[in-house]
Write a protein that binds this ligand. Sequence first.
Ligand code: NAD
Ligand code: IPM
Ligand code: MN
Length: 360
Amino acid sequence: MKLKVLVVAGDGIGPEVTGEAVRVLRTVAELGGYDFEFREALIGGVAIKQHGLPLPSSTLDAALESDAVLLGAVGGNEFNSLPPDRRPEAGLLQLRQSLGGYANLRPSFAWPALASNSPLKAEVVDGADILFVRELLGGLYFGEPRSWDREAGSAWNTMRYTRDEVIRVARVAFELAGARRKKVTSVDKANVLEVSQLWRATVTELASQYPDITLEHQYVDACAMHLMNTPRNFDVVLTENLFGDILSDEAAVITGSLGMLPSATLGGTVNLYEPVHGSAPDIAGKGLANPLGAILTAAMVLRHSAKLEQDAQAVETAVRKVLEQGYRTADLARGQSKMGVTTQEMGKHVHQALNEIIDR
Ligand code: NAD
Ligand code: IPM
Ligand code: MN
């Protein structure tokens, strides 16, 4: 098994958490006798500082030549006054667009060992297991026209979807639901937006091809509430770009921390893997970042790009073990620091657990 991984660590806690994710991938490669090759490239604020651009062409070329791209995070306070097209985040959006992946999978899982880490009651989150399928290349993020007319004091963005864009991402949601609990909740704002009416009509039409899947529709505002009230009622949540961005961060509350959430973007020429969280400037460089979201993202690399399902599950089991053993980064400590660990220490504990699990 050979796999070329491009690591674009980016800004803030990006290098800290991807460092631990790469350590885990190296461990899996060593134990399984696989040939994983890692290359590094710049993106985001660090790329702006060195090359004047958030996505240098050398990074894009290296990404297109790889089998998988593992990204940390981009963004930093010093870039906040730049226009959107010159910010670190623009580099990430350009990378997503160039790689072409439109289905962003964001699982949110209530790890039993973390039941007391969620601000929600344990009996509410217990057993929750949600997979968000977020459309990643359309909607307000990419719609034209977009502009800020400073003189006129007005600005606009365009929310646009085509039927084909909805069909291709909805298909992914139905297929994935078929291997899970066979329910898709499609989230929109069809009571107000034409784009959402197109979305709902298209998803409903496609559902007829999947008779064993139950389809329900929710408005995004109600969904935001239901997610906190009855998270167990959700299986696969299918939604457009911006709604998916917001709801997936909200779903971090079910898990207990944003630092726990992984993602994988499929459907393009090269799959892109990134934890859901950002560069967390408030804790960067202090060894406080939770690397488990990035490590679970590495598990998704094993599952979706390397097709090593057993090893992907081994990494997930290792994460479950370290949580059961009581190790907690600061975001998970909630006042109890008995087993408090740094980013690197957490990575080492996962590495140790993996060694015990993968026994060939
Ligand atoms: P954020 O996700 O960086 O942080 C939100 C909160 O969660 C912060 O309190 C942070 O400390 C905490 N947090 C996030 N990840 C954590 C981890 N692994 N361990 C422990 N705590 C963690 O969001 P923000 O503060 O709104 O944005 C900061 C910057 O990151 C912005 O520039 C934003 O645009 C960027 N961003 C980038 C990505 C990405 O690269 N994929 C995603 C989201 C935000
Ligand atoms: C995410 C982030 C990005 C998004 C930003 C940084 C462009 O918030 O991956 O969730 O909005 O998609
Ligand atoms: Mn986000």
